[in-house]
Ligand binder design. Structure first.
Ligand code: ASP
Ligand code: MG
Length: 414
């Protein structure tokens, strides 16, 4: 019997009526002869509310108690879905993270160590449906742990891998992965297939459909993922390893943007070995993820500058960590800017095609859009530009790389 894990996001679980609709979807998959385990998110907005309560109770809250509070949203929806399925005469039961168990280490952004499948196997043998709260696990000393925001996707993928499922279906409020944000470009197209690698780049640069970690996990174990709408009966987007099936596709798969970065420029850097090492060591020790880095090459004997980006949320911590190494780093001034956006073009086709970066820069130059920093990977080119140009940049790039849907199709979809 085919075995699938179905995961439903917060908007799909927001209220009893929607939970009933989800139950109907689950019933359909069971009726089609599948063994099904379901992973659920908390109702939309609930985790934000719980996080806020923690902050109000204690601004420097204990992460272990934070987990006790924020894991509760998923407990509620798992129980509600299980009882709704039971009301439809289906053999469903909820299993909290500790009941399987889903073993994890750490708090607030715990990592999954493993999932025991004995309980699940028994449920499948009895033709039962297991409903499992996403986002949570249990530590070796029996405490609740949560997997970081958006972690239910990772729960679902990990469960699918452990249970040797044939597929993991992620039901959400969009009907798939698009070439870019359809709110910015109405002629964005839904992609039928993307590779794990592309999805990783798209997810990490701002196409917030899936938690990045979950895609990395699926890629490592070759678990086929499908993103689809829980509200409409439409084919979704398959995320797979195989590039063969994508042969005739566009060189560029999608354009992503990310407004969550800030940039820092350090001015007056002395031209001697060890300067940047001291700076980036300080940031690494403060656990800050640095993304793009640009250093201007100094003319002999003169001072230089280095510019790099950090998540907006880490800006204050970064400035603090840098101020403390001003002596050893030897720089004169720290400048910061949060009015920026990172725009990226992504596609596995880039590997075999030169000139993508040049076409991207030309397209932006034609619109007088200034580039502050650039970074590249094998399948991605990212630029940092002024936030005011986000929409314009995404739109012109979408057109320049031939991603716009034909007008008729766009009209029909609208
Ligand atoms: N409820 C958690 C969050 O909002 C986990 C999830 O939905 O994926 O981050
Ligand atoms: Mg999510």
């Amino acid at each position: 019997m085919p075995r699938i894990v179905m995961k439903f996001g917060g908007t799909s679980m927001a209220g009893i009526e929607r939970i009933r609709h989800v139950a109907d979807r689950v019933r359909r998959e069971v009726a089609n002869g599948n063994q099904v385990a379901v992973v659920v998110s908390a109702m939309a907005g609930e985790t934000d509310r719980l996080v806020q309560l923690c902050k109000e109770a204690a601004p420097l809250y204990d992460p272990r108690e934070y987990d006790v509070v924020v894991a509760s949203g998923e407990q509620v929806t798992a129980g509600l879905l299980a009882m709704t399925l039971q009301g439809m005469k289906l053999n469903a039961r909820s299993y909290m993270g500790w009941q399987l168990p889903i073993r994890a280490s750490g708090h607030a952004s715990a990592l999954i160590d493993g999932i025991d499948v004995a309980v699940l196997d028994r449920v499948f043998d009895d033709n039962g449906i297991a409903v499992i709260p996403g986002f949570q696990g249990v530590t070796s000393d029996g405490a609740l742990a949560t997997l970081g925001r958006g972690g239910s996707d990772t729960s679902a993928v990990a469960l699918a891998i452990a249970a040797k499922a044939d597929r993991c279906d992620i039901y959400t409020d969009v009907d798939g992965v698009y070439t870019t944000d359809p709110r910015i470009v109405p002629r964005a197209k839904k992609l039928d297939v993307v590779t794990y690698e592309e999805m990783l780049e798209l997810a990490s640069v701002g196409a917030k459909v899936l938690q990045t970690r979950s895609v990395g996990l699926a890629m490592r174990f070759g678990m086929p993922l499908q993103v689809l709408s829980s509200f409409e009966d439409l084919p979704g987007t398959m995320i797979v390893a195989d590039e063969g099936s994508l042969m005739e596709r566009n060189i560029i798969t999608g354009i992503a943007h990310d407004r969550n970065e800030a940039f820092i420029t350090l001015i007056g850097l002395p031209d001697r070995p060890g300067t940047v090492a001291a700076i980036f060591r300080a940031l690494a020790d403060a656990n800050i993820n640095v993304d793009m880095i640009v250093q201007s090459a100094p003319r002999a004997g003169l001072k230089s500058e280095v510019t790099f980006t950090v998540p907006k949320a880490s800006l204050a911590h970064s400035v603090d960590a840098l101020a403390r190494v001003r002596e050893t780093g030897g720089f004169e001034e720290i400048l910061t800017n949060t009015d920026i956006v990172k725009v990226s073009v992504v596609g596995v086709g880039m590997r075999s095609n030169a000139g993508i970066a040049a076409r991207m820069f030309d397209t932006l130059a034609e619109r007088q859009i200034n580039i502050v920093a650039i970074s590249t990977s094998e399948i991605k080119v990212s630029v940092l530009i002024s936030e005011d140009y986000t929409e314009l940049a995404v739109r012109v790039l979408h057109t320049a790389f031939g991603l716009d849907a034909p007008a008729a199709i766009a009209g029909a979809a609208a």
